[in-house]
Design a protein around this ligand. Structure first.
Ligand code: CMP
Length: 442
């Protein structure tokens, strides 16, 4: 007889996202509804019983899915079903099975009186809660800030714990004021929250030793949970924007150092403005050090993506071959200059040329009396010294915050050798600039 063969489910298939969301929804529903069915007689609610069947079905299917879900191990996709099954059986299978067992259907509410202890078996679904963190991680989370997901999860756990305690309080205390089900629950939840948050108005008090012991336990737990939650929230909020807090820490450290070294106020202000600019323009990240972390092919792809804009802006790159662009891109280093900074000084030896990504610079005669030109986005400078093996022919000053990319002399010469067209363009431009300057000097 042929057995039913389920095809292998690939871990990055879209189906997994939807399935994880389904499991999450079913788990949350079960976690909220099942404790309520312990204290309230809901046996005549057909809708709830149907939902229970559906959840049994979903949890059962989940076991089937897990037995057929490939996974990545050390960068390799494991597709062997026997290996997948062995791993699952040793891991979550038992808990998944416990959560699946349809106790609520074997022991339907209608057969059990409201006081029957066997009802507790219905809570087996809660085993699924143990996986909720992992499921959430899988569903997201590349787009949502992980700190926010952790915050939501923390709030969820606290509210769920309060829900369980509220139900327990109903079990311990009963319904002394003969309230309706919703009223009783709301009153109990209110008591739980005031006790857990250590507010405790004292309007609902324990009656008898059993209730008093229960309240003592909840108060002790509450004080601990409260501290834990407040501490965690502070930590999570600090982590919501790791980049921002790291940047802040860095600038604070630098400022302490500058103060300690009695750096003049004016210069300190300039340095702070520079850091503000780094934050606004690149969220404080150092592009070069991020790229350095990546292996070769990934670095090329990310580099091309990051530098796409500058490649599009610089006219001499238009129509250039891919290998030429790759060669240049991989060797571009971002540099930032603040207004008034000297980027190049006439007469110095040149080791780099520069492409302007964003900003404005002025090209000045060596004595700074003549402005030869003003250069902006997409233009470049510093090629003449490299090309002619001569000192810098002009001084260049930043007029605004300028994001530049520098290209070192070794790469420049290698590229010139390999791409004669590029060499010719550079030579023509250098000659043209030289002639322009001569004319301006007269
Ligand atoms: P370099 O001599 O290495 O350093 C100064 C740079 O100023 C020079 O290379 C050119 O790139 C640039 N430069 C000089 N004259 C002009 C000009 N007239 N227009 C634009 N850029 C210039």
């Amino acid at each position: 007889m042929k057995t039913l063969e389920i095809p292998l489910i690939l871990p990055d298939h879209r189906f997994n996202q939807y399935w994880d969301i389904t499991i999450l929804a079913a788990t949350i529903y079960a976690a909220i509804a099942l404790p309520l069915s312990l204290v309230f007689d809901l046996s005549d609610n057909v809708g709830l019983e149907i939902l229970n069947w559906i959840i049994t079905g979903i949890f059962g299917l989940d076991i089937l899915v897990r037995f057929n879900l490939g996974y990545m191990e050390q960068g390799k996709l494991v597709r062997d079903k026997k290996v997948i099954a062995r791993r699952y059986r040793r891991g979550w299978f038992v808990l998944d099975l416990l959560a699946f067992l349809p106790f609520s259907l074997i022991l339907p509410a209608s057969l059990l009186g409201i006081n029957n202890v066997l009802r507790v078996f219905r809570l087996n679904r809660l085993f699924k809660l143990l996986r909720i963190g992992r499921t959430l991680q899988r569903i997201n989370t590349r787009n949502v800030n992980p700190a926010i997901v952790r915050l939501l999860l923390l709030i969820f756990w606290v509210l769920l714990a309060a829900h369980f305690i509220a139900v327990l309080w109903i079990i311990v205390r009963g319904n002394p004021n003969n309230l309706s089900n919703p009223e009783l629950y709301v009153e109990s939840f209110y008591w739980t929250i005031t006790t857990l948050t250590t507010i405790g108005y004292g309007d609902i008090t324990p009656d008898g030793m059993g209730q008093t012991i229960f309240v003592i336990v909840i108060e002790i737990v509450g004080a601990g949970v409260y501290g834990l939650v407040v501490g965690n929230i502070a930590n999570i909020i600090a982590n919501i924007d790791v980049a921002k807090s790291q940047h802040k820490e860095k600038t604070e450290k630098i400022n302490t150092f500058l103060k300690y070294k009695a750096i003049p106020n004016e210069l300190r202000k300039k340095i702070n403005n520079y850091y503000d600019y780094l934050w606004e323009s690149r969220r404080g990240y150092n592009e070069a050090s991020v790229l350095k972390e990546l292996p070769g092919p990934l670095r090329t792809q990310v580099s091309i993506h990051i530098h796409k804009e500058i490649i599009e802006k610089v006219p001499i790159f238009a129509g250039a071959s891919e290998s030429f662009i790759r060669e240049i891109i991989l060797n571009l280093k971002p540099v930032v200059f603040t207004p008034g900074d000297y980027i190049v000084r006439a007469g110095d030896i040149g080791y780099d040329m520069f492409f302007i990504s964003k900003g404005v610079v002025e090209v000045l005669s060596p004595d700074e009396s003549i402005t030869y030109a003003t250069l902006t986005d997409g233009q470049f400078f510093g090629e003449m010294a490299l090309l002619l093996s001569s000192p810098r022919t002009a001084t260049i000053k930043a007029l605004e915050y300028s994001d530049l990319y520098s290209l070192d002399i070794d790469t420049f010469e290698r590229v010139l050798d390999r791409y004669p067209d590029f060499k010719q363009t550079m030579k023509d431009l250098a000659a043209q600039r030289k002639a322009e300057n001569e004319a301006k000097k007269k």
